[in-house]
Design a protein around this ligand. Structure first.
Ligand SMILES: [Zn+2]
Length: 179
């Protein structure tokens, strides 16, 4: 587990570029990846700062994509993903945080993640739909947050990761379930 350290992130990005250059002439692709990292790292700084202000801890560790733990108010993001993906995962998990912290006045999501612990609920179609609805909402709020923080992240880059994640959720929801 590791906390966000912009200097370490930049150093890692720089050494990736150096390694690519070491294998021959520097490719445009490696340079573009380096440039994308720089923007994403600056954006990550803003979002991690926003989390700090809300009492949400952000850590990077060995896991796929990201997860938000409501009980501990902690977001864990894949340490191995490229910076831009980390940024989009983080925005999405912030979206989950926003959904769960406004749950008091909105019971739309009470059959979703918050009900997953109840016996038998997890496999019902109603539960799956509620989880899907919360996923869409978390993406929506994540993007709104990106706009509010005036990040340089573009909608296309955000959507590329969003669609990848939503696809796996839709496949999960399509698996046989009780209704
Ligand atoms: Zn999610």
């Amino acid at each position: 587990m590791q906390h966000f350290d912009p200097a370490a992130w930049r150093a890692r990005s720089w050494s990736r570029l150096r390694r690519a250059a070491g294998k021959g002439r520097p490719s445009h692709r490696a340079e573009a990846a380096w440039a994308a990292d720089q923007y994403a790292i600056a954006d990550l700084e803003s979002v991690v700062e926003w989390c700090r202000g809300r009492g949400v801890e952000v850590v990077f560790g060995k896991r796929a994509a990201g997860v938000y733990d409501e009980a501990t108010r902690r977001v864990t993001i894949s340490a191995h993903a490229p910076a831009r993906k980390q940024l989009v995962y983080l925005l999405h998990e912030c979206g989950h945080h926003l959904v769960s912290s406004s749950n008091g006045d909105d019971d739309r999501f009470k059959m979703g993640y918050s009900a997953a612990m109840a016996e038998g609920v997890e496999r019902t179609f109603v539960h799956k739909l509620a989880v899907l609805e919360e996923e869409f909402e978390a993406w929506h709020r994540g993007w709104r947050l990106a706009r509010r923080l005036e990040l340089s992240l573009g909608r296309e880059d955000f959507d590329r990761v969003r669609l990848e994640c939503l696809k796996s959720y839709v496949q999960w929801s399509n698996r046989r379930s009780r209704d």
